[in-house]
Design a protein around this ligand. Sequence first.
Ligand code: ATR
Length: 267
Amino acid sequence: MKKYLVIGNPIDHSLSPKLQNYWIKLNKIEAIYGKLQAHDQDLKELCNNIKNGQLDGLNVTVPFKKKIIPFLDVLSGHALRTQSVNTVCLNNGNLTGYNTDIDGFELSIKNLNYDVVNKKIVILGAGGVVPSIIYALKRMNASQIYLSNRTKEKAEILKNIFEEIEVFEWGKLPECDMIINATSLGLKKNDKFEINFSKIGKDKFFFDVIYNPFNTEFAEAGNKPGNIFENGLHMFLFQAQKAFSIWHNIEPKIDQEVIKFLKGKNS
Ligand code: ATR
């Protein structure tokens, strides 16, 4: 029986176990997928557990996507470029870190037939998933990327990696076509932005990386008439699909059934 884990802190909100176990069952694979609220000091042991066969793979989420890197032998090109890892397993004996968030974000945008070419895009937040989003937007030829983070230093660090992005003050909002919430605001019930989204104008694309809960303050602003709103559910599904393919060499199906299953109360 193969064993997989998603590690993060917090981890309660993660739907990864529900999704991965659904696909494992559907594809008749002898495996189990669990979750672990981890701490920095656990990373080394978790990686050793993969090397000695006690564990077969990891999904890595906030705040460990960068912190896991020193414990890995090899990074995929995407993981190396973004310094962000969300999937880990052995590959030819080497503990390898992959980044499937880039494809996850890109596929979720393409799934909506939205074209970012010549679009001005605002990203709010500078956490673990943001390098992947910037990388994907650049790959899709977005014309301008503006970024703001409550802690400005973290935004400046990203600018050192991706020189062409423009950093702006937290609380302000430049004119744009698309706005992406990549902060964790919305995960907790009473989370409030210090940003007035009504000033942004009409016919905008609001993309919320958060997928659980589904009804955030950002979602409310994005669901105003004329706007497009997408939460992180499809991004989550596509990144998970890629991780599943890396581990099991099978591309699992994304259809209405799996979405209904994920949104349902059953587990
Ligand atoms: P990490 O930063 O550890 O990778 P993350 O969940 O990926 O974790 O990122 C959290 C993001 O949400 C950060 O951009 C964070 O801003 P800071 O860098 O200033 O912490 C942002 N965030 C979290 N709580 C916030 C709040 N109350 N107001 C504004 N931004 C917030």
